[in-house]
Design a binder for this molecule. Structure first.
Ligand SMILES: [Zn+2]
Length: 207
C-alpha cells in the first residue's frame, strides 16, 4: 500500500443533483470531505449509499467491505479507502453542456495516437494539426483539429492531407462527453462512474 499513489487516484465529483461535474484527485476529495463540503457515494450492485466522512472512515476499518480495486491511504492510526465518487452538498450549478475544445481534450479524444501514422506517443511528443491549415481558412474546431506526431505534422506542413498525400485515420468528431472521462471508464476500477454517466446529456470540465 502506498499512501502517495492512493492520494492521486481519480474521484468523480457529482453535484447535489447527482450529476457528474468533474474528476479530481483523491487528495482534493479528502479535503472536501474533511470540510463537510461533500459526502461519499458508494455504488454496490447499482445501489447507492451515502456516507458522511466519519461513517466512511468507520466503514474503512473493515477491509472486507471493499472490493480489491479500491485504493487506500494510511494515516497514523488507520487506513481509509479512497472513495471513487463524492457528491457535493452545496453545489447546484449545472455542468457545462459542451466539451471544452482544448489540447488535453483533443489528445484524449484521439487517445494520444497520431491521426496520420496511427502510432501512440507521450503527450510531450504530440502536436495539434489543423487538417485544413489556418492559412487556407481552416478553423480551430473539433472537426478540424487532430493529434499528430511531430514528424507527420512537419511532413504535412502547411498543406491539406490530400495536398500532402496523407490520409487521416478517421474523421474527427466533437465528443458528446468529456473524452478524459471516457478514458478512465475503460478501467474496471472506475466502472461505478457509469451509473452517473449513462443517461447524461452533459459533459464535464476538468480542473
Ligand atoms: Zn505520425
Amino acid at each position: 500500500m502506498d499512501a502517495g499513489s492512493g492520494l492521486n487516484a481519480n474521484v468523480l465529483v457529482l453535484n447535489r443533483l447527482y450529476m457528474a461535474i468533474r474528476v479530481i484527485s483523491a487528495r482534493r476529495a479528502f479535503s472536501m470531505l474533511l470540510g463537510d463540503a461533500a459526502e461519499v457515494i458508494s455504488v454496490d450492485d447499482g445501489k447507492y449509499t451515502n456516507y458522511d466522512f466519519d461513517s466512511w472512515v468507520e466503514l474503512s476499518q473493515y477491509r472486507d467491505n471493499f472490493t480489491p480495486d479500491y485504493d487506500w491511504v494510511r494515516t497514523v492510526r488507520m487506513h481509509i479507502a479512497v472513495p471513487k465518487i463524492i457528491r457535493l452538498l452545496g453545489y447546484d450549478r449545472l455542468p457545462a453542456q459542451t466539451v471544452k475544445l482544448n489540447r488535453r481534450n483533443i489528445y484524449a479524444r484521439d487517445h494520444s495516437h497520431c491521426q496520420y501514422c496511427g502510432k501512440k506517443y507521450p503527450t510531450s511528443e504530440l502536436t495539434l494539426d489543423h487538417i485544413v491549415p489556418r492559412a487556407q481558412g481552416g478553423k480551430s474546431s473539433w472537426t478540424n483539429l487532430v493529434c499528430a506526431c511531430v514528424s507527420c505534422n512537419s511532413k504535412k506542413g502547411g498543406r491539406t492531407p490530400s495536398e500532402a498525400g496523407m490520409k487521416l485515420l478517421r474523421k474527427p468528431v466533437q465528443p458528446r462527453r468529456n473524452p478524459v472521462i471516457n478514458l478512465r471508464l475503460g478501467l474496471d476500477k472506475y466502472a461505478s462512474w457509469q451509473n452517473f454517466l449513462d443517461n447524461a446529456y452533459w459533459s464535464v470540465e476538468l480542473k
